[in-house]
Design a protein around this ligand. Sequence first.
Ligand code: GLU
Length: 469
Amino acid sequence: MSVVTRFAPSPTGYLHVGGARTALYSWLYAKSQGGEFVLRIEDTDIERSTEQAKQAILEGMDWLGLHHTKGPYYQTERFDTYNQYIDQLLEQGKAYKCFMTAEELNEIRDEQEKRGEKRRYPGTWRDRSDHPSDKPYSIRFKNPLEGAVSFKDHIRGDITVDNSELDDLIIRRTDGAPTYNFCVVIDDWEMGITHVVRGEDHINNTPRQINILEALGAPVPEYAHVSMILGDDGQKLSKRHGAVSVMQYRDDGYLPQAVLNYLVRLGWSHGDQEIFSVDEMISLFSLDNISKSASAFNTEKLNWLNQHYMKTLPGSEVAEHAKWHFEDQNVNTTNGPSIESVIAIQAERVDTLKELVSISRYFFEEFEDFDANAAKKHLRPVAKANLLLAQEKLAAIVDWTAENIQQAINDTATELEVGMGKVGMPLRVAVTGSGNSPSLDVTLALINQTQVVQRIDKAVEFISNRENS
Ligand code: GLU
């Protein structure tokens, strides 16, 4: 049997991290088994589904690299199919017309509640044939009255629900629209889904869906219901915890590899291992190692993973993602060093690509002001002579390399008989605008020699102005 899994989001908002993790598990399982991965957009709730949300889901899946091999299918394009099966069940006596109005049903349910019973449809029209000809009706599925439904959940183990707990589900509303649970059943069957990986909020639907599958003579897939994600405060993850949309993580400067690695570990483990390349995830993943308990979000860990991937992925790959952020922050990188070379020296200083860009502007553009504190401390009158001599030596370099730059700085300090810091710090502030940068030799080497010389001029002028004021 070849494995087919699916991700079936309802397009009522962005792709959130919980959905993305479910999608990842489903995708990984298909990949690990050499199977297919279906993307199905469950847009039957026409009022809440938006085109924008559909695009956001496709964009999020694409950014994460969770590419489907079949689909995307849209449920709204498949109403005829669902209706054919509903008609078939009606003909076979496995479904029936129900003429009860919503008001009538509510009254019955209120009575049940008063008696301390569960609110449910009591099967009023199940066996009746005295159908009125002029009243609207819904179609209900004849749930078995006896016995129980059992299934083995890959995450939660054996689950059994008595049929007496389940009432007859509406499968087509009075307005003619097939209902959610029915569409899922037909799709899972027609799309050949062998493994349903989805959120635990759907676990109550599963026994109902199994009964319908069985009535249709369809095979029952295997199930894995994934637990939810909590925020770092133990509450259900929501907007109040910051980013919950996958694309927000891109905007905040995370690499898709870091997000995937983070998400896979959020509820799945393989020994103590923390770092997993996508290929490793695929080869090690199993549905049976997914944790049953809710997982708590931990931004620090995501940051740590992101830095790891910024430092270890091929530079060209990180540069592609960084490029997006340079553009996003309006930094023109056409003139200046390669983005890759900047990442090589800056990655260890930041957690995200967004921060990386914000501390790397000086490689690509002139800055207006020096950082006030750094300037106050290091661009002082005593530093002027040091800067001027360093400038002379830097300007004289024929081959602009980190090695020669280091030599020029060393020579300046030796000649002036001052410590390296007395030359290095003013120079750092002069060229980068702040007191923080990677080692000066490699930093300056990435900036054009003429620019370095001009920036020192600016710093010297700044000191002169300070002397005169
Ligand atoms: N469309 C459902 C949701 O977004 C998922 C249904 C399923 O996976 O069966 O929650």
